[in-house]
Design a protein around this ligand. Structure first.
Ligand code: ADP
Ligand code: MG
Length: 467
């Protein structure tokens, strides 16, 4: 996706305030009604509609009137929010050329004040694995774009957390600099993806290093799950750096053996094809590990002395919880496929109300209303989790929020009781209409309705009252 950041310079404080208001509205609205944006943004001098028009012009928002009239963030709008927050924090100053297009990300160079060039990865979940995800039923039946924003944020938080933890354990990974929303800032790897390398001085040594990494990861309790020539960078000294961590799983995963073997196989296959390697002479003490090799020279997963606790301790400390891990595994390719084989039929009609059942509703809940605050650090910087983390001195990384953002958000978050009440009513109606099987979730003026007594949803209540 093209990222033209020129408009960033011309956007005013009000523009960002309204953009942030739409983001906040999207926590519990697929499409955010203009009136609600106006209420959340509470611009001092009014003019929300004019600002919305401007944001639309720059393609930072999308206008949607399919179900009811309102707005949602585009990926570009989300990019701008993340970039602005990181620039405000002083992480970098300018955005440069695109250096990579991944399966589900765009990578750009960014420059810091002192001229250091870093890499910025913008996660774009749903770009290619949409089909794979779609077949997995659960939350995404209604295919709304805000799910993708949420998942991209989860992927970024996970990647940042893993990168940091791996770095601390001495793995050759980029230096994890910062993270905001779906954006990860890391050091720029000097080198090329292995897929672009046609010749190596010492292919055996590089191969050993790479297989050694797969084994050492498992010894630390982890499997990369996408360990291939696209995610291994190699420099002129043939030093190896591994990248791309959103799909990593624990060695306790029920498909761990399969993922491990698949990672190993990718490396074997690539080296055989590209460098004509045969694997008879590969020593069985790769990376000083005592690992058994099978007759074809491949390391046996069962013989690896697998560590544990890596995921639980280090990652939880960096803000990525086991629950986040479970959430994302449901969506990322290479993750849990438990829903794929549940014999669930695909429903193509796209109607939300007719597709959701009780468990789907609680899924929607946890996806947007309960989990979000943990991650939504830049908007909701005053959440309980964030306060706890601030107390614990964890000011770097995804939980950090720059002061000006915080000030802005604080004003926005301290909304009057009336708005909270209206939101609560609207959520009740949405849940009620979903349960009642109505397809039209809301009319243009839904949020103005007084709302009757509808079904109660404690999670929503809890979330709203914590606003
Ligand atoms: P995806 O998850 O979408 O596959 P990757 O993290 O693998 O994204 O990145 C895609 C490409 O971007 C890589 O193949 C590599 O060429 C480039 N890239 C990613 N991270 C860096 C980095 N830190 N330094 C230099 N290039 C990078
Ligand atoms: Mg990749």
């Amino acid at each position: 996706m093209k990222l033209n950041v020129d408009a960033l310079r011309y956007l005013s404080k009000d523009d960002f305030r309204v953009l942030t208001a739409v983001e906040m509205g999207m926590r519990n609205h697929e499409i955010v009604p203009a009136e609600l944006v106006d209420r959340i943004a509470s611009l001092k001098h009014g003019g929300t509609y004019k600002v919305l028009k401007n944001l639309l012009k720059h393609k930072l928002l999308h206008h949607d009137s399919s179900k009811y009239d309102g707005f949602r963030l585009t990926y570009l709008g989300y990019d701008f929010l993340a970039i602005k927050a990181l620039v405000n924090r002083g992480v970098f100053l300018s955005v440069g050329r695109q250096i990579g297009v991944g399966k589900e990300s765009d990578i750009f160079e960014v420059a810091t004040e002192d001229g250091t060039v870093l890499a910025m990865k913008l996660h774009r979940l749903g770009r290619v694995s949409f089909r794979a995800v779609k077949s997995k039923r659960d939350y995404l039946r209604h295919r709304s774009s805000f799910n993708w924003l949420y998942l991209s944020r989860l992927a970024a938080v996970k990647e940042f957390a893993f990168m940091k933890a791996l770095e601390e354990h001495g793995f050759p990974v980029p230096n994890a600099v910062d993270c905001n929303r779906h954006c990860v800032i890391m050091s720029l790897v000097q080198g090329y993806p292995l897929v672009q390398v046609k010749q190596l001085q010492n292919p055996e040594m590089v191969f050993e290093r790479i297989i050694g990494l797969v084994i050492r990861l498992a010894e630390h309790g982890l499997i990369h799950c996408d360990f291939n020539e696209f995610n291994i960078m190699i420099d002129d000294d043939e030093k190896v750096t591994m990248i791309d961590f959103p799909q990593m799983v624990s060695v306790d995963h029920r498909n761990a053996q399969m993922y491990f073997d698949r990672d190993v196989e990718c490396v074997f296959k690539f080296f055989r094809k590209r460098f004509n390697m045969s694997f008879h002479e590969i020593p069985d003490d790769i990376d000083d590990s005592e690992v058994d090799m099978d007759e074809s020279g491949r390391p046996c997963f069962s013989s690896i002395a697998k560590g544990s606790g890596f995921l639980d301790k280090d990652l939880a400390a960096s803000g990525f919880t086991r629950k986040d891990q479970e959430d994302i595994e449901k969506f990322v390719e290479g993750g849990i496929e438990k829903d794929a084989d549940s014999g669930d039929e695909e429903n193509e009609d796209g109607g939300l109300a007719s597709e959701l059942n009780e468990s789907d509703i609680s899924g929607v809940d946890s996806l947007h209303l309960v989990e979000q605050p943990t991650l939504n650090c830049d908007v909701d910087g005053r959440g309980e989790e964030n306060e706890q983390k601030a107390e614990a001195g964890q000011t770097n990384g995804p939980e950090t929020q720059d002061a000006s953002d915080e000030e802005d958000n604080e004003t926005m978050i301290s909304k009057d009781a009336e708005l909270t009440k209206r939101l609560r009513n609207q959520n009740r109606r949405v849940i009620a209409s979903v349960r009642g099987g109505r397809k039209n979730l809301a009319s243009r003026n839904t949020y103005k309705d007084k709302g009757g007594r509808s079904s109660h949803n404690s999670k929503i209540q809890k979330q709203l009252s914590s606003w």
